[in-house]
Design a protein around this ligand. Structure first.
Ligand code: NPG
Length: 369
Protein backbone atom coordinates (compact mmCIF):
# COMPACT_ATOMS: atom_id res chain seq x y z
CA UNK A 1 0.00 0.00 0.00
CA UNK A 2 1.03 3.60 -0.48
CA UNK A 3 0.82 6.15 2.30
CA UNK A 4 -1.07 9.38 1.88
CA UNK A 5 -1.26 10.93 5.33
CA UNK A 6 -0.37 10.46 8.99
CA UNK A 7 -2.48 11.96 11.75
CA UNK A 8 -0.98 12.10 15.24
CA UNK A 9 -3.81 12.51 17.69
CA UNK A 10 -3.29 13.08 21.42
CA UNK A 11 -6.17 12.36 23.78
CA UNK A 12 -6.64 12.79 27.52
CA UNK A 13 -8.49 10.20 29.59
CA UNK A 14 -8.97 10.03 33.36
CA UNK A 15 -8.70 6.67 35.12
CA UNK A 16 -11.68 5.59 37.24
CA UNK A 17 -9.32 4.85 40.14
CA UNK A 18 -5.64 5.75 40.57
CA UNK A 19 -3.39 2.88 39.44
CA UNK A 20 -0.24 2.61 41.56
CA UNK A 21 2.68 0.35 40.66
CA UNK A 22 6.22 0.13 42.05
CA UNK A 23 7.24 2.78 39.50
CA UNK A 24 4.53 5.38 40.00
CA UNK A 25 0.86 6.28 40.12
CA UNK A 26 -1.28 6.89 37.02
CA UNK A 27 -4.35 9.10 37.38
CA UNK A 28 -4.61 10.53 33.92
CA UNK A 29 -3.50 9.14 30.55
CA UNK A 30 -2.05 11.27 27.79
CA UNK A 31 -2.38 8.83 24.87
CA UNK A 32 -0.95 9.06 21.37
CA UNK A 33 -3.11 7.60 18.60
CA UNK A 34 -1.74 7.10 15.12
CA UNK A 35 -4.07 7.33 12.14
CA UNK A 36 -2.63 6.30 8.78
CA UNK A 37 -4.40 7.00 5.48
CA UNK A 38 -3.32 4.91 2.50
CA UNK A 39 -4.41 4.31 -1.07
CA UNK A 40 -6.48 1.31 0.12
CA UNK A 41 -8.11 2.94 3.15
CA UNK A 42 -7.21 4.02 6.67
CA UNK A 43 -6.31 2.44 9.99
CA UNK A 44 -5.63 3.35 13.63
CA UNK A 45 -2.96 2.36 16.10
CA UNK A 46 -2.40 3.15 19.77
CA UNK A 47 0.97 3.93 21.27
CA UNK A 48 1.29 2.39 24.74
CA UNK A 49 4.07 4.70 25.92
CA UNK A 50 3.22 6.41 29.22
CA UNK A 51 3.80 10.09 30.01
CA UNK A 52 7.10 9.44 31.79
CA UNK A 53 9.90 6.89 31.14
CA UNK A 54 9.40 4.88 34.33
CA UNK A 55 8.23 1.51 32.97
CA UNK A 56 10.78 1.55 30.15
CA UNK A 57 12.83 4.27 28.47
CA UNK A 58 9.96 5.24 26.18
CA UNK A 59 7.52 8.07 26.91
CA UNK A 60 4.72 9.57 24.90
CA UNK A 61 6.40 12.83 23.83
CA UNK A 62 9.48 10.89 22.74
CA UNK A 63 7.36 8.43 20.76
CA UNK A 64 5.54 11.32 19.08
CA UNK A 65 8.85 12.90 18.09
CA UNK A 66 10.55 9.76 16.80
CA UNK A 67 7.51 8.92 14.70
CA UNK A 68 7.45 12.38 13.07
CA UNK A 69 11.15 12.84 12.59
CA UNK A 70 12.36 9.34 11.81
CA UNK A 71 9.85 6.51 11.49
CA UNK A 72 7.21 8.06 9.25
CA UNK A 73 9.77 9.54 6.80
CA UNK A 74 11.41 6.11 6.51
CA UNK A 75 8.09 4.44 5.77
CA UNK A 76 7.02 6.96 3.16
CA UNK A 77 10.45 6.76 1.51
CA UNK A 78 10.10 2.97 1.32
CA UNK A 79 7.18 3.31 -1.12
CA UNK A 80 4.97 0.24 -1.31
CA UNK A 81 4.87 -1.16 2.24
CA UNK A 82 2.75 -3.89 3.83
CA UNK A 83 2.30 -4.34 7.58
CA UNK A 84 4.64 -7.33 7.48
CA UNK A 85 7.39 -5.06 6.05
CA UNK A 86 7.16 -2.31 8.67
CA UNK A 87 9.53 -3.80 11.26
CA UNK A 88 12.17 -4.40 8.59
CA UNK A 89 11.89 -0.89 7.16
CA UNK A 90 12.20 0.63 10.65
CA UNK A 91 14.99 -1.67 11.81
CA UNK A 92 17.79 0.91 11.39
CA UNK A 93 16.19 2.90 14.25
CA UNK A 94 17.43 1.47 17.53
CA UNK A 95 14.87 0.99 20.28
CA UNK A 96 11.52 2.84 20.32
CA UNK A 97 9.46 -0.37 20.08
CA UNK A 98 6.24 1.29 21.30
CA UNK A 99 6.46 3.98 18.63
CA UNK A 100 7.18 1.38 15.95
CA UNK A 101 4.37 -0.86 17.20
CA UNK A 102 1.84 1.99 16.98
CA UNK A 103 2.65 2.60 13.32
CA UNK A 104 2.63 -1.10 12.45
CA UNK A 105 -0.73 -1.40 14.20
CA UNK A 106 -2.32 1.38 12.15
CA UNK A 107 -0.97 -0.09 8.91
CA UNK A 108 -2.16 -3.57 9.91
CA UNK A 109 -5.59 -2.18 10.76
CA UNK A 110 -5.80 -0.48 7.33
CA UNK A 111 -4.64 -3.60 5.53
CA UNK A 112 -7.07 -5.91 7.33
CA UNK A 113 -10.00 -3.52 6.84
CA UNK A 114 -9.21 -3.21 3.13
CA UNK A 115 -9.21 -7.01 2.83
CA UNK A 116 -12.37 -7.40 4.99
CA UNK A 117 -10.38 -9.69 7.31
CA UNK A 118 -10.27 -9.86 11.11
CA UNK A 119 -7.02 -9.95 13.03
CA UNK A 120 -7.74 -13.40 14.44
CA UNK A 121 -8.33 -14.68 10.90
CA UNK A 122 -4.91 -13.38 9.95
CA UNK A 123 -3.50 -15.20 12.97
CA UNK A 124 -5.36 -18.33 11.90
CA UNK A 125 -7.23 -18.80 15.16
CA UNK A 126 -10.89 -19.45 15.88
CA UNK A 127 -11.35 -19.10 19.65
CA UNK A 128 -14.28 -16.78 20.27
CA UNK A 129 -13.52 -16.02 23.93
CA UNK A 130 -10.42 -15.72 26.10
CA UNK A 131 -10.07 -15.75 29.90
CA UNK A 132 -9.77 -12.33 31.48
CA UNK A 133 -7.47 -11.38 34.36
CA UNK A 134 -7.27 -8.10 36.22
CA UNK A 135 -4.28 -6.18 37.54
CA UNK A 136 -4.65 -4.62 41.00
CA UNK A 137 -2.46 -1.72 42.08
CA UNK A 138 -0.69 -0.92 45.34
CA UNK A 139 -2.66 0.81 48.11
CA UNK A 140 -1.81 2.74 51.26
CA UNK A 141 -4.26 0.61 53.17
CA UNK A 142 -4.81 -3.16 53.19
CA UNK A 143 -8.58 -2.81 53.64
CA UNK A 144 -8.77 -0.72 50.47
CA UNK A 145 -6.85 -3.43 48.61
CA UNK A 146 -9.17 -6.16 49.85
CA UNK A 147 -12.26 -4.15 48.94
CA UNK A 148 -10.98 -3.65 45.41
CA UNK A 149 -10.04 -7.31 45.01
CA UNK A 150 -13.47 -8.39 46.26
CA UNK A 151 -15.07 -6.09 43.68
CA UNK A 152 -13.10 -7.76 40.88
CA UNK A 153 -13.96 -11.23 42.21
CA UNK A 154 -17.61 -10.16 42.13
CA UNK A 155 -17.11 -8.95 38.55
CA UNK A 156 -16.12 -12.52 37.68
CA UNK A 157 -12.46 -12.11 36.70
CA UNK A 158 -10.65 -15.40 36.04
CA UNK A 159 -7.49 -14.38 37.91
CA UNK A 160 -6.07 -11.62 40.06
CA UNK A 161 -2.66 -10.01 39.63
CA UNK A 162 -1.30 -7.99 42.54
CA UNK A 163 1.31 -5.32 42.11
CA UNK A 164 4.02 -5.71 44.76
CA UNK A 165 7.09 -3.78 45.92
CA UNK A 166 9.39 -3.98 48.96
CA UNK A 167 7.17 -3.38 52.00
CA UNK A 168 4.02 -4.40 50.08
CA UNK A 169 4.34 -8.10 49.34
CA UNK A 170 3.95 -10.96 51.85
CA UNK A 171 1.15 -9.44 53.91
CA UNK A 172 -1.07 -8.24 51.03
CA UNK A 173 -0.55 -11.56 49.22
CA UNK A 174 -1.45 -13.55 52.35
CA UNK A 175 -4.60 -11.51 52.98
CA UNK A 176 -5.73 -11.66 49.36
CA UNK A 177 -5.11 -15.42 49.21
CA UNK A 178 -7.26 -15.78 52.38
CA UNK A 179 -9.97 -13.60 50.82
CA UNK A 180 -10.21 -15.31 47.44
CA UNK A 181 -9.59 -18.88 48.64
CA UNK A 182 -7.10 -21.50 47.42
CA UNK A 183 -8.63 -22.12 43.98
CA UNK A 184 -8.67 -18.65 42.45
CA UNK A 185 -5.59 -18.04 40.29
CA UNK A 186 -3.35 -15.36 41.82
CA UNK A 187 -0.05 -13.89 40.60
CA UNK A 188 2.21 -10.96 41.51
CA UNK A 189 4.10 -8.33 39.52
CA UNK A 190 7.02 -6.34 40.94
CA UNK A 191 7.99 -4.28 37.87
CA UNK A 192 11.73 -4.64 38.68
CA UNK A 193 11.41 -3.36 42.27
CA UNK A 194 13.72 -5.95 43.94
CA UNK A 195 17.34 -6.99 43.57
CA UNK A 196 19.46 -10.11 44.01
CA UNK A 197 19.77 -9.64 47.77
CA UNK A 198 15.99 -10.20 48.00
CA UNK A 199 15.88 -13.76 46.64
CA UNK A 200 15.32 -15.43 50.04
CA UNK A 201 12.56 -12.96 50.80
CA UNK A 202 10.89 -13.55 47.42
CA UNK A 203 10.98 -17.32 48.02
CA UNK A 204 8.69 -16.73 51.00
CA UNK A 205 5.92 -16.05 48.47
CA UNK A 206 6.04 -19.75 47.57
CA UNK A 207 3.60 -20.65 50.33
CA UNK A 208 0.76 -18.71 48.65
CA UNK A 209 0.53 -20.98 45.60
CA UNK A 210 0.98 -18.22 43.02
CA UNK A 211 0.65 -18.81 39.28
CA UNK A 212 3.83 -16.81 38.80
CA UNK A 213 6.01 -13.95 39.99
CA UNK A 214 6.51 -11.36 37.27
CA UNK A 215 9.71 -9.38 36.73
CA UNK A 216 10.95 -9.05 40.31
CA UNK A 217 14.48 -7.91 39.27
CA UNK A 218 15.83 -5.25 36.90
CA UNK A 219 15.30 -5.87 33.22
CA UNK A 220 18.99 -6.53 32.50
CA UNK A 221 19.28 -9.09 35.30
CA UNK A 222 18.61 -12.35 33.47
CA UNK A 223 21.07 -14.23 35.67
CA UNK A 224 19.34 -13.08 38.86
CA UNK A 225 16.00 -14.24 37.49
CA UNK A 226 17.56 -17.61 36.63
CA UNK A 227 18.86 -17.89 40.20
CA UNK A 228 15.43 -17.11 41.58
CA UNK A 229 13.83 -19.66 39.24
CA UNK A 230 16.22 -22.31 40.62
CA UNK A 231 15.38 -21.52 44.22
CA UNK A 232 11.70 -20.67 44.13
CA UNK A 233 8.81 -23.03 43.46
CA UNK A 234 6.81 -20.07 42.09
CA UNK A 235 7.40 -19.85 38.31
CA UNK A 236 9.38 -16.79 37.25
CA UNK A 237 7.77 -14.77 34.47
CA UNK A 238 9.54 -12.00 32.55
CA UNK A 239 7.97 -8.81 31.22
CA UNK A 240 10.35 -5.82 30.97
CA UNK A 241 13.36 -8.06 30.12
CA UNK A 242 11.73 -9.47 26.99
CA UNK A 243 12.27 -6.80 24.36
CA UNK A 244 12.80 -9.01 21.30
CA UNK A 245 12.75 -12.55 19.96
CA UNK A 246 16.45 -12.79 20.80
CA UNK A 247 16.05 -11.79 24.44
CA UNK A 248 13.14 -14.21 24.76
CA UNK A 249 15.23 -17.09 23.35
CA UNK A 250 18.21 -16.22 25.56
CA UNK A 251 16.10 -15.83 28.72
CA UNK A 252 14.51 -19.22 28.11
CA UNK A 253 17.89 -20.87 27.48
CA UNK A 254 19.29 -19.34 30.66
CA UNK A 255 16.36 -20.62 32.73
CA UNK A 256 15.35 -17.02 33.55
CA UNK A 257 11.88 -17.18 31.97
CA UNK A 258 9.60 -20.06 32.93
CA UNK A 259 6.66 -18.01 31.64
CA UNK A 260 6.61 -14.97 29.32
CA UNK A 261 4.36 -11.92 29.40
CA UNK A 262 3.90 -10.78 25.79
CA UNK A 263 3.17 -7.10 25.26
CA UNK A 264 3.16 -6.07 21.60
CA UNK A 265 4.22 -2.50 22.40
CA UNK A 266 7.25 -3.66 24.35
CA UNK A 267 8.54 -5.88 21.52
CA UNK A 268 7.90 -3.55 18.56
CA UNK A 269 4.52 -4.76 17.33
CA UNK A 270 1.95 -7.50 17.01
CA UNK A 271 3.86 -9.39 14.35
CA UNK A 272 6.99 -9.57 16.55
CA UNK A 273 4.69 -10.58 19.43
CA UNK A 274 3.41 -13.45 17.32
CA UNK A 275 6.95 -14.64 16.60
CA UNK A 276 7.78 -14.61 20.32
CA UNK A 277 4.60 -16.58 20.95
CA UNK A 278 5.67 -19.14 18.32
CA UNK A 279 9.11 -19.48 19.90
CA UNK A 280 7.66 -19.97 23.39
CA UNK A 281 5.14 -22.51 22.09
CA UNK A 282 7.95 -24.48 20.45
CA UNK A 283 10.00 -24.38 23.69
CA UNK A 284 7.06 -25.31 25.95
CA UNK A 285 7.02 -21.92 27.71
CA UNK A 286 3.48 -20.68 28.50
CA UNK A 287 2.73 -17.07 27.57
CA UNK A 288 0.02 -14.56 28.46
CA UNK A 289 -0.90 -11.16 27.09
CA UNK A 290 0.07 -8.17 29.21
CA UNK A 291 -1.78 -4.88 29.30
CA UNK A 292 -0.64 -1.27 29.16
CA UNK A 293 -3.90 0.39 30.23
CA UNK A 294 -4.97 0.47 26.59
CA UNK A 295 -8.10 1.99 25.12
CA UNK A 296 -10.43 -0.13 23.00
CA UNK A 297 -7.96 -0.02 20.10
CA UNK A 298 -5.22 -1.90 21.92
CA UNK A 299 -7.64 -4.03 23.91
CA UNK A 300 -9.31 -5.37 20.73
CA UNK A 301 -5.96 -6.26 19.17
CA UNK A 302 -4.71 -7.86 22.40
CA UNK A 303 -7.83 -10.02 22.65
CA UNK A 304 -7.25 -11.33 19.12
CA UNK A 305 -3.55 -11.97 19.80
CA UNK A 306 -4.43 -13.94 22.94
CA UNK A 307 -6.39 -16.48 20.86
CA UNK A 308 -3.08 -18.02 19.74
CA UNK A 309 -2.60 -21.48 21.27
CA UNK A 310 0.43 -20.68 23.46
CA UNK A 311 -1.54 -18.12 25.48
CA UNK A 312 -2.22 -20.64 28.21
CA UNK A 313 -2.71 -18.22 31.11
CA UNK A 314 -5.31 -15.45 31.51
CA UNK A 315 -3.98 -12.10 30.31
CA UNK A 316 -4.35 -8.56 31.60
CA UNK A 317 -7.20 -8.02 29.17
CA UNK A 318 -9.79 -6.68 31.56
CA UNK A 319 -13.00 -4.79 30.82
CA UNK A 320 -12.49 -1.25 29.52
CA UNK A 321 -14.44 -0.11 32.60
CA UNK A 322 -11.60 -1.38 34.84
CA UNK A 323 -9.77 1.81 33.85
CA UNK A 324 -12.09 4.10 31.91
CA UNK A 325 -15.60 5.42 32.53
CA UNK A 326 -16.02 5.69 28.77
CA UNK A 327 -13.93 4.08 26.05
CA UNK A 328 -13.14 5.60 22.66
CA UNK A 329 -14.71 2.66 20.79
CA UNK A 330 -18.37 1.97 20.17
CA UNK A 331 -18.23 -1.59 21.51
CA UNK A 332 -15.90 -1.60 24.54
CA UNK A 333 -14.49 -4.86 25.87
CA UNK A 334 -16.62 -6.32 28.68
CA UNK A 335 -16.11 -9.34 30.91
CA UNK A 336 -18.76 -12.05 31.22
CA UNK A 337 -18.21 -15.16 33.33
CA UNK A 338 -14.52 -14.33 33.45
CA UNK A 339 -14.12 -14.15 29.69
CA UNK A 340 -13.75 -11.52 26.99
CA UNK A 341 -15.36 -12.03 23.59
CA UNK A 342 -12.85 -11.72 20.78
CA UNK A 343 -13.89 -8.88 18.44
CA UNK A 344 -15.14 -10.03 15.06
CA UNK A 345 -14.99 -6.86 13.01
CA UNK A 346 -12.61 -6.45 10.05
CA UNK A 347 -9.35 -4.76 10.98
CA UNK A 348 -8.02 -4.95 14.50
CA UNK A 349 -11.62 -5.27 15.67
CA UNK A 350 -12.97 -1.90 16.84
CA UNK A 351 -15.00 1.05 15.59
CA UNK A 352 -14.19 4.46 17.00
CA UNK A 353 -16.72 6.61 18.82
CA UNK A 354 -15.70 9.71 16.87
CA UNK A 355 -17.79 12.21 18.83
CA UNK A 356 -16.28 11.12 22.12
CA UNK A 357 -12.82 10.89 20.59
CA UNK A 358 -13.08 14.46 19.32
CA UNK A 359 -14.29 15.66 22.73
CA UNK A 360 -11.17 14.32 24.49
CA UNK A 361 -8.66 15.24 21.76
CA UNK A 362 -5.97 17.57 23.04
CA UNK A 363 -4.05 17.97 19.78
CA UNK A 364 -4.14 16.79 16.17
CA UNK A 365 -1.27 17.02 13.72
CA UNK A 366 -1.46 15.92 10.13
CA UNK A 367 1.64 15.10 8.11
CA UNK A 368 1.29 14.41 4.41
CA UNK A 369 3.33 11.64 2.86
O1 NPG B 1 -4.74 -4.16 32.51
O2 NPG B 1 -3.93 -2.82 31.04
C1 NPG B 1 -3.90 -3.35 32.13
C2 NPG B 1 -2.78 -3.03 33.05
C3 NPG B 1 -1.97 -4.20 33.39
O3 NPG B 1 -0.60 -4.01 35.30
C4 NPG B 1 -0.73 -3.80 34.13
N1 NPG B 1 0.20 -3.20 33.41
O4 NPG B 1 3.54 -3.63 34.45
O5 NPG B 1 2.24 -4.84 33.31
C5 NPG B 1 2.47 -3.80 33.89
C6 NPG B 1 1.42 -2.73 33.99
C7 NPG B 1 1.77 -1.45 33.32
C8 NPG B 1 0.86 -0.44 33.31
C9 NPG B 1 2.96 -1.22 32.71
C10 NPG B 1 1.14 0.76 32.72
C11 NPG B 1 3.24 -0.02 32.12
C12 NPG B 1 2.34 0.96 32.14
Amino acid sequence: MRFERLELRRIGLELVVPFRTSFGTELHRDILLVHVTTDVGDGWGECVAMSAPFYSSEFVDGADLVIRQHLWPMLTAAGDVRAADVAGVLEPVHGHPMAKAALEMAILDAELRAAGTTFHELLGTDRSTIPSGVSVGIFDDLDDLLAQVQGYVDDGYARIKLKIEPGWDLEPVRLVRDLIGPDMPLQVDANTAYNRTDLDHLCRLDEYDLLLIEQPLPEEDLLGHAQLAQRSSTPVCLDESIVSLQTAADAIDLGAAEIVNIKPGRVGGYLAARRIHDLCLARGIPVWCGGMVETGIGRAANAALATLPGFLLPGDISAASRFYARDIVTDPITVTDGTVTVPDAPGLGFELDHDFLDSITTSTDVIDA
